[in-house]
Design a protein around this ligand. Structure first.
Ligand code: MRU
Length: 356
C-alpha cells in the first residue's frame, strides 16, 4: 500500500539483507531498517519493529534465510528456529512459518539450502499477499450489502492494527475496507487507540490516512457508547490465533468490543488468512497469552516540539501493573470469519467446510 504516494510492502529481501519498515518509529518517522543476522530478526520481532501475526511469520521465514547465510549448519538452523518461535508466543503464524520452512530445510546440509530457504520464504510472502487480497474481495461483499441498505457511509470499527503493516500488503481487517474504498463505497473507520502500544492510533490511522480513507481515533473504551448510539455498522478485527472451534485470540480489548457488539446487534467479523488457524488445540486456556513489560503501561512515547521522539513516565514509580497483550473472544460472539476462501461461521463446522 501507499506511503507518501509510493507503494511499499512491509518486508523484502535485497542483496542478502532483509528490509523492514521500523514500526516502533511510526507514525513520526518512516525508517527502513536492515536485518542482517538471525539475531536482528529475533530482536525485530521481540521489540515489535515488526508486528502483526502474518508479518512476524514472514520475518521468521526470512530470519531462517539469514541464519543460513550466517552459518549453513543444521544445528545452528535448529537453534535459530527454536529462538524464533520463542520470540513472541501468541501469534501462531510465527510457528507456522518456521515449521513450514524447517519441513523443507531439515536434513538439507547442502549448497541448495539457501536457494530453497529463499524460495520458501518468498512463497510465504507471496501467498500472504494473495490471501489478504482475497480476504478483501470476500469481505467487500459484507460492506457492499450494508452500504446498499443504508444508502450512506458505512461506519466500521477496528481494534489494534490488522492493516497492511501487520501483513505484507493489504492487511486482513483493513483489506475489505481498502477494497470498498477503491470501489467507491463511502467508508469511515473508528480506530481504537489500542493501549498500551497504540497500534490503532499509531499505525491503523496512519495507513488509512495514507490511503485517503476517513477515520477517527477513539479511546479503547469509546466503542460501547458509539455502538449504543448506532454509530457503528460493523466491526472487523484481525486475529493472532483462531482455534478450530472458532474462538478468536487477538489484541487485548477485542473481547470487550465483541461483547458490546453483541449487546447492540452490531455484526462482529474477524478477518484471517488460514495461516492463523491453530488446528492443534481446542481449548482457549491452552493459548499462551503474551505478558509484556510493565514499562509499556507506565511510559508513553510521542514527539516533542522539535519532532524528536521522547518517552515519559505517566504512573507513580511505586505502582505495579499487569500488561496482558491478548485476549480470547469466544466463537459465539463472532458473526463470521472472513478468510481467503470465503466467509464462514466461527465454528469447527464452518472452518472445516472451507478448509477441508
Ligand atoms: O501485538 P501486535 O501488534 O503484534 O498485535 C497484532 C494484532 O493483534 C493483530 O490484530 C493480529 O496480529 C492480526 S494482524 C493481521
Amino acid at each position: 500500500m501507499q506511503v507518501n504516494g509510493k507503494a511499499y510492502r512491509t518486508i523484502w529481501f535485497e542483496n542478502n539483507i532483509v528490509k523492514i519498515i521500523d514500526q516502533t518509529k511510526l507514525p513520526h518517522q518512516f525508517i527502513i531498517k536492515d536485518l542482517k543476522t538471525i539475531k536482528d530478526s529475533i530482536n525485530a520481532i521481540k521489540t515489535m519493529e515488526v508486528r502483526g501475526a502474518p508479518l512476524i511469520g514472514a520475518t521468521a521465514a526470512y530470519g531462517l534465510v539469514l541464519s543460513i547465510i550466517e552459518k549453513n549448519d543444521q544445528s545452528f538452523l535448529k537453534r535459530s528456529s527454536k529462538d524464533l518461535i520463542a520470540s513472541r508466543p501468541t501469534a501462531i503464524n510465527l510457528k507456522w512459518a518456521v515449521d513450514r520452512m524447517m519441513k523443507k530445510l531439515s536434513g538439507l546440509n547442502s549448497n541448495e539450502a539457501l536457494k530453497i530457504a529463499l524460495e520458501e520464504a518468498k512463497a510465504i510472502v507471496e501467498e500472504d499477499v494473495t490471501f489478504c487480497k482475497n480476504i478483501g474481495v470476500n469481505g467487500l461483499k459484507i460492506i457492499e450489502e450494508i452500504a446498499i441498505k443504508k444508502k450512506d457511509t458505512v461506519n466500521i470499527l477496528t481494534h489494534c492494527n490488522a492493516g497492511w503493516l501487520a501483513t505484507i500488503d493489504w492487511g486482513t481487517a483493513t483489506s475489505p475496507i481498502y477494497h470498498a474504498h477503491q470501489k467507491g463505497i463511502k467508508v469511515h473507520v473508528w480506530v481504537d487507540e489500542t493501549r498500551p502500544r497504540n497500534q490503532g492510533a499509531n499505525l491503523t490511522s496512519y495507513e488509512l490516512n495514507e490511503e485517503g480513507i476517513p477515520n477517527k481515533i477513539i479511546t479503547d473504551n469509546a466503542g460501547g457508547i458509539l455502538m449504543q448510539r448506532g454509530q457503528v455498522d460493523m466491526c472487523i478485527v484481525g486475529t493472532d490465533r483462531t482455534l478450530s472451534n472458532g474462538d478468536v485470540c487477538n489484541k487485548i480489548g477485542t473481547y470487550l468490543k465483541a461483547l458490546a457488539a453483541k449487546d447492540n446487534n452490531v455484526p462482529f467479523y474477524v478477518a484471517l488468512p488460514s495461516s492463523t488457524i491453530d488446528w492443534s488445540i481446542k481449548d482457549q486456556k491452552q493459548i499462551p497469552i503474551e505478558e509484556r513489560s510493565s514499562e509499556e503501561l507506565s511510559h508513553v512515547e510521542g514527539v516533542d516540539e522539535n519532532n524528536e521522539i521522547k518517552k515519559v513516565r505517566i504512573y507513580p514509580q511505586k505502582s505495579k501493573s499487569l500488561n496482558l497483550a491478548f485476549d480470547v473472544t469466544p466463537a459465539k460472539l463472532v458473526t463470521g470469519l472472513i478468510t481467503e476462501k470465503g466467509i464462514c461461521e466461527a465454528s469447527e463446522k464452518g472452518l472445516k467446510e472451507l478448509f477441508k
